[in-house]
Design a protein around this ligand. Structure first.
Ligand SMILES: Cc1cc2nc3c(=O)[nH]c(=O)nc-3n(C[C@H](O)[C@H](O)[C@H](O)COP(=O)(O)O)c2cc1C
Length: 345
């Protein structure tokens, strides 16, 4: 068992990574249904929360069925972070997570996200401000360091633990690497093996198969794994990893009926939570992954991603079931995209 404050997680828990515009309640629920043990919201700006921006407040929505769930915030000002932590506290998630890893230029330049990796004293003060302002367990997600010359995660881990955090998730890249190259988990292992460190250490970066998850578990000794991109449109990755770690065997690929049922659930939840337009829109990029590998799917996919009402989208889902009845889905490789390649980084 792994403990974070009073949250109890199973051995070697699997975490759904916080992902902007992706890790919303409908997506989190389907990941939970399929084996994710701990979920996070996308990052929420402390400034936005304080100004009560409607969008920021909406991101605080959590539902009992997804617990345990953490709310992630970011910011570069101690007082504002303390205020944001108090706001989060009253919305009653299971934990508060601080983002010290976001590489986006606009955030880094404001001294937040991965920008804080350049100033560990500030990172500690921001963390302490949050720890003091909430009764929730506080956790942190960060990267190895700012750049190749300053991979300071070992010092960061010790100092944040001393500041009172109760778990640390580490993405095995530096800020300057963005998403380039391969995530390097060897420094994550060093943090884990540091005898001073007693909080759970979660590894993150590039996990896209059950085999890789088990290999990294054994090689790097982390307490659990956080999965991001591989879960988009493929929430089954969690149960597949779990099964493989426990038995060494691969689960069969989800059937077509399961893919339709789960995408339908996510679609309905999205529409219920965000309203018809935004709900349907947010599902569009996920269908590609849900139905990857279906031969002759271009026309139906085009109709799915251009549907403008839920009835239209659901009737395409019905058609998929009919057209591909009896079709045996096979495991398709999960290709991890560089999501930030077009972002202002
Ligand atoms: C679309 C997208 C949005 C992201 N948004 C956040 C975020 O809000 N907070 C955060 O800490 N990390 C964010 N990340 C980083 C992921 O949490 C994760 O660290 C990264 O994708 C590496 O894990 P993976 O290789 O399993 O995807 C985001 C990543 C993606 C792809």
């Amino acid at each position: 068992m792994i403990k974070i404050g009073n949250i109890t997680l199973p051995d070697f828990p699997l975490l759904l990574a916080p992902m902007e515009d992706v890790s919303d309640p409908p997506f989190r629920v389907v990941c939970k249904d399929n084996g994710a043990d701990l979920l996070y919201t996308e990052f929420i700006s402390s400034e936005g929360l304080i100004r009560d921006a409607i969008k920021a407040r909406r991101k605080l929505d959590i539902f009992d069925e997804e617990r345990p769930v953490g709310i992630q915030i970011f910011g570069g000002d101690e007082e504002r972070m303390a205020m944001a932590a108090r706001i989060v506290d009253v919305t009653n998630p299971d934990l508060l997570d601080i983002n010290f890893g976001c590489p986006i230029k606009g955030i880094v330049n404001r001294g937040a996200g991965a920008g804080v990796l350049k100033d560990i004293d500030l990172m500690v003060r921001l963390t302490e401000a949050c720890v003091k302002s909430t009764r929730l367990p506080v956790t942190v997600k960060t990267r190895l360091g700012w750049d190749d010359a300053t991979k300071n995660i070992e010092e960061v881990a010790e100092r944040l633990q001393d500041a009172g955090i109760q778990a640390l998730a580490i993405h095995g890249r530096t800020r300057c690497q963005l998403y380039k190259g391969e995530a390097d988990w060897s420094l994550i292992a060093k943090v884990k093996n540091n005898p001073r460190i007693h909080i759970p250490i979660f590894g993150n970066g590039d996990i896209n198969t059950p085999q890789k998850a088990l290999e990294y578990k054994n090689r790097y000794g982390v307490d659990g794994i956080m999965v991001g991109r591989a879960a988009i449109g493929y929430p089954w990755i969690f149960r597949e990893i779990k099964h493989y770690v426990q038995t060494g065997g691969m689960l069969p690929a989800p059937t077509l009926a399961e893919r339709v049922a789960v995408s339908r659930k996510q679609l309905r939840r999205s529409v219920a939570w965000k309203g018809p337009k935004a709900g349907i829109y947010s599902m569009r990029r996920q269908y590609l992954y849900y139905f990857k590998g279906l031969p002759g799917f271009a026309e139906l996919r085009q109709r799915l991603v251009t549907a403008i009402t839920i009835e239209e989208a659901e009737s395409v889902l019905d058609e998929i079931l009919i057209k591909y009845e009896g079709f045996e889905m096979v495991q398709e490789p999960i290709v991890l995209k560089d999501y930030h390649e077009n972002c202002a980084l």
